[in-house]
Design a protein around this ligand. Structure first.
Ligand code: ADP
Ligand code: MG
Length: 277
């Protein structure tokens, strides 16, 4: 089962002692059931803010977000960059956590958790504890945990960003394989353009802060996909096209940061009359 997502004109402001930051302005995006939507954009443009809203753990000031048909809220699951496993629980019990919270019986949740551990190739580590695993393995446990909870929408916030390049590639291949079998609705945030094009049915590019969706690129590359796709001309042309669009936004966001920094410096320096000569 998978569900649609409709985001309409969503706006979000953060207020702090330094003033107000407009994180998102008039953000709209539609994700079809079973679609793999990647979101890329410059650092600080509001990607995590948007994903937290979809997970129901972040508020917004304007607009509407509808998950599924709008009457029975679909189940969502989130995978973060930090592995966020419980250190005191075994791998199996980490994977079974969501099921336990939903009062699924012991035997059934062990069966489901083992099934997903098997899907991520970690059956042998069922009784191990998180500290005994490598970063890539921990992230596989986090993915198994998210999927074991049988979500209709899977939300992923730069899940492989902390992994070394080789492990990252293996994880991408693995995610493609798992997604192919499950066809969940996925919203996947990444700053790696190649990853977005490799995984996504669409790549949505966000503007510099205040973030909104600037362009949604359909990725009409055949599936099932494998890492070898990255060597094809069609793949590289898509990466280049979206990259050119992103570079403009990265430059805009850098100008913004420099602007913020010079305003801060100005605010920190004494008023003109008191300047030392
Ligand atoms: N809790 C918060 N309080 C104040 N500002 C925040 C908070 N969370 C995020 N921001 C600001 O909102 C903007 C968007 O943040 P975020 O969604 O984390 O961006 P991204 O994930 O695209 O890097 C940034 O400028 C960030 O500093
Ligand atoms: Mg982020």
């Amino acid at each position: 089962m998978s569900a649609s997502i409709t985001i309409r004109d969503v706006g979000k402001r953060y207020r702090s002692s330094q003033g107000e930051v407009v994180a998102l302005a008039a953000t709209s995006l539609t994700v079809q059931p079973g679609e793999f939507m990647c979101i890329v954009g410059p650092s600080g443009c509001g990607k995590s803010t948007l994903l937290r809203m979809l997970a129901g753990i972040g508020s917004y000031d304007e607009g509407t977000i509808q998950l599924g048909n709008g009457t029975d809220p679909p189940r969502t699951a989130m995978v973060f960059q930090e592995y966020a496993l419980f250190p005191w629980r075994t791998v199996l019990d980490n994977v079974a956590f969501g099921l336990e919270m939903r009062n699924v019986g012991h035997k059934e949740r062990q069966t489901i958790a083992l099934d997903y551990l098997n899907k991520v190739g970690l059956t042998r580590f069922a009784a191990a504890y998180p500290h005994q695993l490598s970063g890539g393995m921990k992230q596989r446990v986090a993915i198994a945990r998210a999927l074991a909870n049988q979500p209709e929408i899977l939300l992923m916030d730069e899940p492989f960003a902390a992994l070394d390049a080789q492990t990252r590639h293996l994880m991408q291949e693995e995610l493609l394989r798992i997604w192919e079998a499950e066809r969940k609705t996925v919203v996947y945030i990444t700053h790696a353009m190649e990853e977005a094009v490799l995984l996504g049915d669409c790549v949505a590019l966000m503007t510099a802060r205040p973030g909104r969706i600037k362009t949604v690129y359909p990725i009409a590359l055949p599936r099932p996909r494998h890492l070898a796709l990255r060597t094809t001309l069609a793949f590289n042309e898509l990466v280049q096209t979206i990259w050119n669009d992103l570079v403009d936004e990265v430059n805009a966001s850098r100008d913004q940061e420099w602007g913020d920094a010079s305003r801060l410096a100005e605010a920190a320096s004494p008023p003109h009359g008191e300047k030392e000569s």
